[in-house]
Design a protein around this ligand. Structure first.
Ligand code: SAM
Length: 232
């Protein structure tokens, strides 16, 4: 369970009404029962129910079961698509270890706003479900142009483009670098965006097989390529 409260040996954690309802009403937990907590900073802790009430409760931290595992600082940058599929991309990014999730507006992106709070809740839920100890940060929608203009020197960009099938350029960059993945919208990247990205010194064009993938499929495929690269 995710809590916004420090975790540490002997630390007591107060529960609000919703958390008490979920643990004691829905999950039928009671005094002494064990559960795992994380807060995104202190790792994962085994705790026990110290007090179970209708309108609140209290947990007691017993021991740390996992240290904080910071993911390897991947940025997943994607153009929002249909709501359900955007939710899917955010969930998979959280499960596969993205640290920052950045929705961007490109020329052919057909939605000009996103619900950042809702997407952040999805990322949190995915982190809870997959036993993560870190919650990826979901950013507000920003323009791709802007992001590229202030691109950090120490970060390589995996530019996923189906137009590049069979492209000779493979990921040649040192895998020790920090990485970002860029996935386009349903309509793909515009010619102007492609020209700009090809010219970008830290962008590496990547083809993800010979077929045109849906953006959500491409996001998962690209993160798999990235994980392989890290693993090497
Ligand atoms: N522009 C394409 C079209 O309309 O024919 C579709 C774009 S695709 C649905 C969305 C995004 O997924 C692309 O912008 C690209 O980032 C990524 N993508 C899809 N298939 C890919 C592939 N085979 N290789 C690399 N990236 C791919």
């Amino acid at each position: 369970l995710y809590v916004e409260h420090p975790l540490g040996a002997g630390q007591t954690v107060p529960l609000n009404r919703d958390q008490a309802h979920y643990l004691f009403g829905v999950m039928r937990m009671g005094a002494g029962d064990p559960l795992l907590l994380f807060n995104g900073q202190d790792g994962e802790w085994l705790c026990t129910v110290a007090h179970a009430g209708k309108r609140g409760g209290e947990l007691l931290c017993q021991e740390q079961t996992k240290p904080l595992q910071m993911p390897p600082d991947l940025w997943l940058i994607f153009a929002p698509i249909k709501k359900a599929r955007t939710d899917f991309i955010v969930e998979k990014a959280a499960e596969m270890g993205a640290a920052q999730i950045m929705p961007v507006q490109t020329e052919f992106t057909n939605s000009d706003r996103i619900r950042q709070d809702r997407l952040q809740a999805h990322a949190l839920e995915a982190a809870e479900q997959c036993g993560g100890t870190y919650v990826p940060v979901v950013h507000n929608l920003q323009k791709l142009d802007r992001l590229l203009s202030d691109w950090p020197q120490d970060r390589q960009l995996m530019f996923c483009d189906e137009a590049e099938v069979g492209s000779a350029k493979r990921l040649g960059a040192a895998t020790g670098d920090k990485w970002a993945i860029l996935i386009g919208p349903e309509g793909g990247f515009s010619p102007k965006e492609r020209t700009r990205l090809h010219a970008h010194p830290q962008a590496h064009v990547v083809a993800l097989g010979p077929r045109i993938l849906r953006a959500d499929t491409a996001a998962v495929a690209a993160m798999t390529v990235w994980q392989q690269m890290l693993g090497d």
